[in-house]
Design a protein around this ligand. Structure first.
Ligand code: FAD
Length: 409
């Protein structure tokens, strides 16, 4: 096997594997270093894909148990087979991660299994089970992704105090799941376990869920989730979790400070966000400094070091798989001498709950802050014929357009 490549990509997630495939398609010799045994990164292994498998399965269960009768479909004895649901999720993950391995073979990409570390300009060291080996690269792409943001005072054990990874593999439905953080991941996984029968309480620091999304959407969505049985404790923070014989005692304080309230739960999900992952990556050997939030700063995907690029969650922008993928293709094209480009103004975001919350472009708050005059058009699903026919009338479509030009914003 050669130890010199046109491109070495560190990280085999959506940013890394897509960059490796595109670079190979453009005629370059490529290696991709991944410390996990399987390719696909957070997204395929413990993120987008397993969560979507459980979201779909739990939605079908909830439909069968609670909603089909109204449509004239009588079901008898609907019951949950959680091991089978988890097996379906695991098989989906296996098939998709193997699919990436197949694409690597097809595109003649060398898959280096081990810890990738930059060891100076044009040098990558890979530390594997059988020792370490050094490789040369004309170009290095960092796509090491992100990791769960820890919560001070709370030790994640992936058993009763879990991150999203543990919440995707609980062996039984918790009686009371306390979700710390009302962002996308907390609400998606909260929805899974709510539908399967758990009581779910979301503790959120801010005064509403889905920070950053359009205010009207946030307010309405929270109301919809409340109707589905979610409980919310807003403007509050979790300051500690104590394990006792009977379960977990969770200390909750008002965000602004004040008296501590103790809540009981049998599982706590910590989902307060993710942070860029650059541990032991050897950035100092090439003089790359991360910013105050840990991200690798880039300009048109280039870091401050010659021939080294960064894409995906490890650099700025929304932490989304399709953003990482888009950057991955663009950086490969840039390295090949083409004009790689990503339009950051139109990256969509979806919360895969029921109903789903999908958005693209500017929120009303952003337009107000920027002093842009706009018209807001809204159509409720209660007045939409197809939504009525499906008994799915929660929600609306909202379009914001420039007041003068009518351009959709
Ligand atoms: P990652 O996918 O994190 O991949 C980085 C890879 O690099 C990892 O496999 C890691 O093991 C490897 N690595 C790190 N350091 C090294 C090293 N030094 N050497 C070798 N390997 C290394 N996004 C969506 O768009 N839609 C969704 O529905 C969605 N759902 C999600 C649900 C959950 C529960 C979570 C946690 C995330 C979800 N995301 C979703 C976000 C999405 O997973 C990330 O945005 C995406 O995976 C980022 O891709 P990436 O390639 O930058 O990083």
């Amino acid at each position: 096997m050669s130890d010199s490549f046109d491109v070495i990509v560190i990280g085999g997630g959506p940013g890394g594997y897509n960059c490796a495939i595109r670079a190979a398609q453009l005629g370059m010799t490529v290696a991709c270093v991944e410390k996990r045994d399987t390719l696909g990164g957070t997204c395929l292994n413990v993120g987008c894909i397993p969560s979507k498998a459980l979201l779909h399965a739990s939605e079908v269960y909830d439909e069968a148990d609670n909603h089909m009768a109204a449509l004239g479909v009588q079901t008898k004895g609907v019951s949950l087979d959680l091991p089978q649901m988890m097996d379906h999720k695991d098989k989906t993950v296996d098939q998709l991660t193997q699919g990436i391995a197949f694409l690597f073979k097809k595109n003649k990409i060398t898959h280096l299994n081990g810890w990738g570390k930059i060891a100076g300009p044009g040098k990558v060291e890979v530390i594997g089970d059988d020792g370490s080996k050094s490789y040369d690269a004309k170009h290095i792409v960092i796509a090491t992704g992100s990791e769960v943001m820890p919560l001070p005072g709370v030790d994640i054990d992936e058993d009763s105090i879990v991150s999203s990874t543990g919440a995707l593999a609980l062996p039984k439905v918790p009686k009371h799941l306390l979700v710390v953080g009302g962002g996308v991941i907390g609400l998606e996984l909260g929805s899974v376990w709510r539908r399967l029968g758990a009581e779910v309480t979301v503790v959120e620091f801010l005064d509403g869920v889905l920070p950053g999304m359009d205010g009207e959407v946030r307010k309405n969505f929270q109301r919809i989730l409340k109707k589905q049985g979610f409980q919310f404790k807003l403007s509050s923070k979790v300051t500690g979790v104590e394990k006792t014989k009977s379960g977990l005692k969770v200390s909750v304080e008002p965000a602004a400070g004040g008296e501590t309230e103790v809540m009981e739960a049998d599982v706590v999900l910590v989902s307060i966000g993710r942070r860029p992952y650059t541990e032991n990556l050897g950035l100092e050997t090439v003089g790359i400094e991360v910013d105050n939030r840990g991200f690798i700063p880039t300009e048109h995907f280039k870091t401050s070091a010659d021939g080294i690029y960064a894409v995906g969650d490890v650099t700025h922008g929304p932490m989304l798989a399709h953003k990482a993928e888009d950057e991955a293709g663009a950086v490969a094209e840039l390295i090949a001498g083409q004009a790689g480009h990503v339009n950051y103004d139109v990256i969509p975001g979806v919360v895969y709950t029921m109903p789903e919350v999908a958005s693209v472009g500017k929120t009303e708050e952003e337009l107000k802050d920027a002093g842009i005059a706009y018209n807001s058009g809204k159509f409720p699903f209660t007045a939409n014929a197809r939504a009525k026919a499906n008994l799915a009338t929660e929600g609306f479509v909202k379009i914001l357009a420039d007041k003068t030009t009518d351009r959709v914003l």
